[in-house]
Design a protein around this ligand. Structure first.
Ligand code: ADP
Length: 323
């Protein structure tokens, strides 16, 4: 018996988002707890799944805030390490008029990239049904070695591996290295969640369908692949099946965490069903549910603390105006 449904590893940081203007005319920034892997876990926790996080924060007030958040959301923190010297990673998120985002990171260095293989909590990865990770924990040598070590442990313990590249170009010393690490993640995962722009970057083809075909051909280890298309929805590929569902039209204010919410719901569905036996209609059901949850998260700022409840997702799915 595994103790956790999903253990995720990677960045835990503060996303500063604009939230109005002060009386002196200065922008006011809201300190949102963030980081893709924990966003995924927060959605899974909403779905009643047991989760644990592996990562590093600084010994500062933001690190304390992040710990309080994980505690409140119900994510196990035994794998969370505190760096005595390097501060918690910060990201400033500028939201564009269409709800899309522009990031600037304060991470040179930031605590999340200081995690080492020696600091991995013994036996934690092995206690997962699914181990989830991305590429932010591969941008620098030490943390990349830690990620590879966790992946080795997952493989040895027969843990399924989920990968979401979550490409953030400003964090890479070279885009060649970014591509190499994306390939590394794809070569070691069972489930891949990837956004359309990442498929284009990785494969160099404009046609996403062709890009997905290339990825599946090159990495036959990927048993289920999810392609997200922003407001246009998502697709899933599994064995010979291909499913597609449109996005939900909602009052989007901030797309932060949409992909992570989608990913959390997708993994939740894979935990509840046998991924090797998924039918066409189940894949469509999975996509509709994940699209609805992801759309709801875009109606609020921030991510970890803005994950929708199951009843809210069901309400959107059953709304007469829903797709
Ligand atoms: P990422 O956040 O990883 O870049 P996407 O932007 O593709 O991923 O979004 C993930 C999912 O979130 C989409 O498949 C869709 O279901 C939902 N989504 C994203 N943007 C919107 C939007 N503006 N309106 C409604 N749903 C959205």
């Amino acid at each position: 018996m595994k103790q956790f449904d999903v253990v995720a590893m990677g960045e835990l940081l503060i996303d500063f988002t604009e939230n109005g203007t002060s009386s002196q005319g200065n922008p006011l920034l809201e300190a949102n707890p963030g980081g893709a892997p924990c966003n995924v876990l927060a959605m899974l926790a909403k779905l009643g799944k047991s989760t644990a996080f592996i990562g590093k924060v600084g010994s500062d007030q933001f690190g304390s805030q992040l710990k309080d958040t994980l505690r409140a959301v119900g994510i196990d923190m035994r794998g969370l390490v505190t760096d005595p010297v390097v501060h918690t990673t910060l990201a400033f998120v500028h939201t564009l008029p269409d709800g899309d985002r522009d990031f600037s990171f304060y991470r040179a260095p930031g605590a999340d990239m200081m995690l080492t293989a020696q600091e991995l909590a013994p036996g934690l990865v092995e206690q997962a049904k699914i181990f989830h990770f991305g590429t932010l924990s591969m941008t620098h040598d030490g943390v990349r070695a830690a990620t590879l070590c966790a992946l080795d442990r997952a493989r040895e313990a027969g843990v399924k591996v989920s990968f979401d590249p979550n490409l953030r170009p400003p964090l890479w010393s070279s885009m060649e290295l970014a591509k190499e690490c994306m390939g590394l993640g794809m070569s070691r995962c069972d489930y891949l969640k990837i956004a359309d722009n990442e498929v284009r970057f990785f494969t160099g083809t404009e046609d996403c369908e062709e890009g997905v075909r290339l990825i599946r051909e090159r990495y036959p280890n990927i048993s289920v692949l999810f392609l997200t298309l922003g407001p246009d929805g998502s697709r899933a590929y599994c064995r010979g099946l291909r499913a597609e569902q449109p996005g939900f039209v909602v009052g989007t204010v901030d797309t932060c965490g949409a992909g992570d919410t989608f990913c959390g719901c997708a993994l939740g569905y894979l935990l509840d069903h046998d991924p090797d036996q998924l039918t066409q209609s189940q894949l469509e059901e999975l996509l509709r549910f994940a699209n609805a949850a992801a759309a709801l998260v875009t109606t609020k700022k921030g991510a970890i603390r803005s994950m929708p409840e199951r009843w809210q997702i069901d309400a959107l799915l059953n709304a007469p105006a829903g797709h």
